[in-house]
Design a protein around this ligand. Sequence first.
Ligand SMILES: Cc1cc2nc3c(=O)[nH]c(=O)nc-3n(C[C@H](O)[C@H](O)[C@H](O)COP(=O)(O)OP(=O)(O)OC[C@H]3O[C@@H](n4cnc5c(N)ncnc54)[C@H](O)[C@@H]3O)c2cc1C
Length: 366
Amino acid sequence: MSVLIVGAGPVGLVLALSLRQRGIPYRLTDKAAERLPWSRALGIQARSLEMLDRLGLAQRILEEALPIHGACLHLGRRVVRARFRGMHPRFPSMVILPQARTEAILEAAGPPPERGVAFEGLREGRAVLRHADGREELAEAEWIVGCDGAHSAVRHALGDPFRGKRYDARLVLTDAHVEGLEPGFLHVAVSPPLLGFGLPGGLWRLVTTVPEGAPPPPENDMAPFRRRGIAPHDPVWWSAFGISQRQVASMRKGRVVLAGDAAHVHSPAGGQGMNIGMQDAWSLASALAAGPDAVEAAVEAWALQRHAVARRVLRATDRTTRAMLTAPGFLAPLRGALLALAFRTPPLVRRFEAETAGLRYPPIPD
Ligand SMILES: Cc1cc2nc3c(=O)[nH]c(=O)nc-3n(C[C@H](O)[C@H](O)[C@H](O)COP(=O)(O)OP(=O)(O)OC[C@H]3O[C@@H](n4cnc5c(N)ncnc54)[C@H](O)[C@@H]3O)c2cc1C
């Protein structure tokens, strides 16, 4: 058994570590010369911490990450607070750590990926790899796994249509300094929508929307993020981007498999993309370890189960994203009142906490 992993983002790194733990030989390649420095995904769910614990890394993550204790809803001067009760027996429901740090911790736990090696296509069942010096290599492996992100070359090689949609509105985000917000809580404002998370080290991630048809604000502009009591300044990262929701028709074609963003993308509103991707990877390693007679059936079952999980996540994220992007401004007071009611209704807070913790999705296999 040998596995070629294309892409050393969080999903490829988790797959590599999970295969290594099971004694399955693999090769981990990435076209980039080095890791991306941006914070990107911040939230790590309790469900992912269970999995990282089996890789011996949960404690290392918890040492650096900030736990989330609940959410604060900002309604002008009024702040309504909903506390999580701590649903997981061992881990906080969610912790915050910039993706660059999560990747650094994962990367340090195993042999370094082969960098500057780009997957270009498939030829007679083998992977065409292009090295940084221009050399072409035809790589043979029993399984090829595309963990190469939203623009996956492996997915292109399989000809999957990656069906879905692009939203008309855009998101703007910043990592900036903000005074006056309580760390350890997710902060929400409704009109216009704003989400805020405290990062380890004192910066804040703020995310808001640019309405459909409106021009994007100038780079580093803090105005879109200002609300009563929320005054960001000195951004260290600022980005405006369009968002899509897409999913492959199948996560597997023969012995070529797709995982993570290569197989499903959605808006960051749900904070789930990296989490379900890392969980794809862990459970794929478990399927690949099934033994020569059972591995085909195990990978097929994996592909069906993970496709269904991603479909559920995409549906839930689509509801949140549409609520953020498309609700007309005059409905804002009503939405604020409804959200305030939800924040004070314990079963709804528990449901939100379970979603945040990833506990509404299947448990991690051994
Ligand atoms: C602004 C932002 C905020 C986000 N917030 C969250 C959040 O809070 N929570 C959450 O769970 N998710 C979040 N996400 C999503 C999260 O970042 C992605 O889901 C996650 O990075 C997917 O990991 P991946 O390993 O599948 O792909 P990637 O991280 O994209 O990694 C793919 C890797 O493949 C390599 N590669 C690409 N093409 C090739 C090729 N042809 N050959 C070889 N290597 C190749 C790339 O260099 C890269 O290293 C956010 C995303 C963004 C942009």
